[in-house]
Ligand binder design. Structure first.
Ligand code: ADP
Ligand code: MG
Length: 676
């Protein structure tokens, strides 16, 4: 048996067990070895009930009495009295009614949970319960808890792990010896033994350190290699035309900010470079990324190259097409719009125009990556709101060029530097730090539902002054089981009573796209005063005259989503307001308080990273593909350490192929982290 053997080779794994593991994605011995515990029961210190102290506690006790009651819908509470020779203690479980059948009164169990003061008494809350007779004889150790595998008891998982323990002691090292030594890491074999069979906390933390380091090292070697490999590619040469750019800038209705100038200049420089550009353009909502895209696309078109601009929603694609048309048509450049709702002959004609090069700038949604779309000479790809797309989608679009095209990925979700490094490799970054001048900071207020009337009066006053407003609701259909305001019901209510003197529009994702388009267009032309909408306006939508956004049930939204929504206002010279309406008059969450305090997207991103972790923020898809088991992308110190080691490894010219497992994992990461 070796690590590539099938699980069925392990003693004690019959057909049934094998199938259950297989269903959980565990097929080989290696898969099992890397099926790491998610936590541990600490049996190194078992206390007496009489000596129990608040905090995490483990006791060995019998269950004297147990009962379950339904407290309200969706909440069943099981209460038990546990006893040992020294005394008694109360235990409480929420929604675990099976405890009543599990805890036979004549048997001893280990209970491990949090001993805390709650509802006026001390209790063990949601303790785990392990039958004492099931535990290994020597109980002076930490017991691993595995993610549950449907149909398999954790005791069986542990037993099978002990079967392969001898094999774990012989696992070969995956990392270069020099790295293990300089970084003072435990060996791979020690690390895995430490994860599955630790004696104490220290074993676990040494094991985790080693495994986390290894994961990040793989990721960061991958990013180094991506950069080196990109440097080997030959891209399109797009020469800078000073007169063209100057006359473009002169025609703009505003002056570019310094940050916009710098970003545009960096891109134009990259265009002249031999190797394809691989650049991330980060700028907070409203910082003016689109015009930077427009300017550079014009330069590409002027040099005979097509640009494809992909946006995550149809509304946004439509808006970009309108904006860019105004910017580039005076220069004789054609802009095409390709979305799912361009159909029939119109679609065919557009395909032909794209293929012949008659259309130089093509803006669209995912429709752009379909097989049927082929370009004449695609030189430049812009991905707007890039975190909305997966690796594969970016790839599909880039593949439509004969050579690797220049790539500009734009995002308003600021990514702390450490994360950008790990997620996107060693790419180049341009940042739009300052907002266009004459912008007043948006005033943000948390609002309680009892004071709606005052708020509506304020909104009316703004509308009388000639401004427009958004009202954002969470859901489309009326769902009686919750109290969320449905967008349609709210639309009716506002139109029939509260704001009946104003023009009210309705927008949500389920409308036919022509209607979406016409509603957005009317709002932009100020034929609508108040737009009641779902979060379809969340990204990108730009109507500078709108100065109020009221977000209903605000506590349901994430921090970055709220920031994005708020970014729909504050895009013109007027004072703008964002109201966060809570569903109840309860105390506002920390999220809401943070967003009320700050307009700074970078700051909020960091807060969000702390509150929720990277997976939630940077797109499940992208983070999921990374598949980090142990390392966390929030651990900037570990990232910096692995970054150094990765650089050294690559620059010393080490042969990756000498380290087979390392090489395999690096290849995987190279594929998922590259931008282009
Ligand atoms: P985002 O970075 O969120 O994509 P947009 O590109 O949509 O921002 O720009 C937001 C608004 O600011 C648009 O109405 C745009 O015309 C305007 N704008 C962009 N650059 C400037 C500038 N330098 N001065 C004034 N307004 C600008
Ligand atoms: Mg935008």
């Amino acid at each position: 048996m070796n690590i590539h053997s099938s699980l069925s080779q392990i003693k004690g794994v019959g057909d049934k067990t094998y199938d259950l593991f297989l269903a959980a994605g565990i097929r080989t011995v290696r898969d099992l070895i890397y099926f790491l515990p998610r936590a541990y029961e600490d049996y190194t210190s078992i206390g007496q009930i009489s000596e129990i102290r608040p905090g995490k506690s483990t006791i060995k006790a019998r269950c004297e009495s147990i009962s379950t009651r339904q407290v309200r819908r969706g909440l069943r509470v099981t209460t038990a009295t546990l006893a040992d020779d020294s005394g008694k203690v109360k235990a409480v479980w929420f929604n675990q009614p099976y405890r009543a059948t599990q805890l036979k009164s004549n048997e001893e169990f280990f209970f491990s949970g949090n001993f805390e003061f709650s509802y006026n008494q001390y209790q063990l809350t949601n303790p785990s319960a392990e039958k004492a007779s099931d535990l290994p004889q020597q109980t002076d150790r930490m017991l691993p808890i595995y993610r549950s595998v449907k149909g398999l008891k954790v005791q069986l998982v542990r037993k099978i792990m002990s079967e392969i323990k001898p094999l774990m002691t012989m696992l070969p090292e995956t990392l270069p010896d020099s790295i293990v030594k300089t970084e003072k890491l435990v060996s791979r074999s020690e690390a895995l033994l430490g994860m599955h069979f630790p004696n104490d906390e220290a074993d676990v933390s040494r094991a985790k350190e080693r495994l986390a380091f290894e994961e990040l090292l793989e990721l960061l070697i991958a990013s180094q290699l991506n950069r080196l490999e990109n440097a080997q590619l030959e891209g399109w040469h797009i020469p800078f035309d000073k007169d063209l750019i100057q006359s473009f800038v002169k025609r703009l209705p505003f002056e570019l900010t310094n940050a916009q100038r710098l970003a545009a200049w960096e891109i134009l420089q990259d265009f002249e470079n031999k190797i394809p550009m691989n650049r991330l353009l980060q700028g907070d909502v409203g910082s003016g990324k689109t015009v930077v895209g427009g300017l550079t696309a014009l330069q590409a078109a002027h040099a005979g190259y097509q640009t494809a601009l992909m946006a995550p929603t149809e509304i946004l694609a439509i808006q970009h097409a309108e904006t860019l048309r105004k910017l580039v048509e005076p220069f004789g450049i054609e802009v095409g719009l390709l979305t799912g709702s361009v159909k029939g002959t119109a679609r065919k004609t557009l395909y032909t125009a794209i293929a012949s090069g008659a259309v130089q700038i093509v803006i669209g949604t995912h429709a752009l990556i379909q097989q049927t779309v082929s370009f004449h000479k695609l030189g430049f790809v812009i991905i707007d709101e890039q975190h909305r797309f997966g690796v594969q989608q970016r790839h599909e679009l880039l593949k439509k060029s004969a050579r690797m095209p220049h790539l500009l990925a734009m995002t308003a979700t600021p990514i702390p530097r450490s994360l950008a490094l790990t997620l996107y490799g060693e790419l180049d970054v341009s940042i739009l730090k300052d907002l266009p001048k004459n912008r007043l900071p948006i005033v943000t207020k948390i609002w309680s539902p009892n004071s709606r009337t005052q708020l509506y009066a304020h909104i009316s006053a703004e509308i009388e002054k000639g401004r427009q407003a958004y009202v954002i609701c969470n859901l489309i259909d009326d769902d009686p089981s919750n109290e969320l305001k449905s967008v349609e019901a709210e639309f009716k209510r506002l139109r029939q009573s509260v704001f009946k003197q104003y023009r009210i529009g309705l927008l949500h994702g389920k409308l036919p796209s022509q209607e979406k388009e016409s509603v957005m267009a009317s709002f932009a032309r100020h034929e609508i005063d108040i737009l009641v909408s779902t979060t379809v306006v969340e990204v990108g939508v730009d109507v500078p005259n709108a100065s109020i956004i009221l977000i209903e049930d605000a506590e349901r939204f994430g921090l970055s989503q709220l920031h994005q929504l708020r970014g729909r206002v504050g895009r013109g010279v007027e004072q703008s307001y964002c109201y966060l309406m809570m569903s109840t008059s309860a105390k506002p969450s920390q999220r809401l308080r943070e967003i009320e305090k700050s307009n700074d997207g970078f700051h909020l991103a960091e807060v969000d990273l702390e509150l929720r972790g990277p997976g939630e923020i940077y797109g499940r898809a992208q983070h999921g593909e990374l598949n980090l088991q142990i390392a966390t992308l929030a651990d900037t110190r570990m990232i910096a350490r692995a970054q150094k080691a990765a650089k050294r490894f690559v620059h010393e010219g080490n042969d990756l192929l000498q380290y087979k497992e390392l090489a395999d994992n690096v290849r995987h990461y190279q594929r998922v982290t590259t931008l282009n």
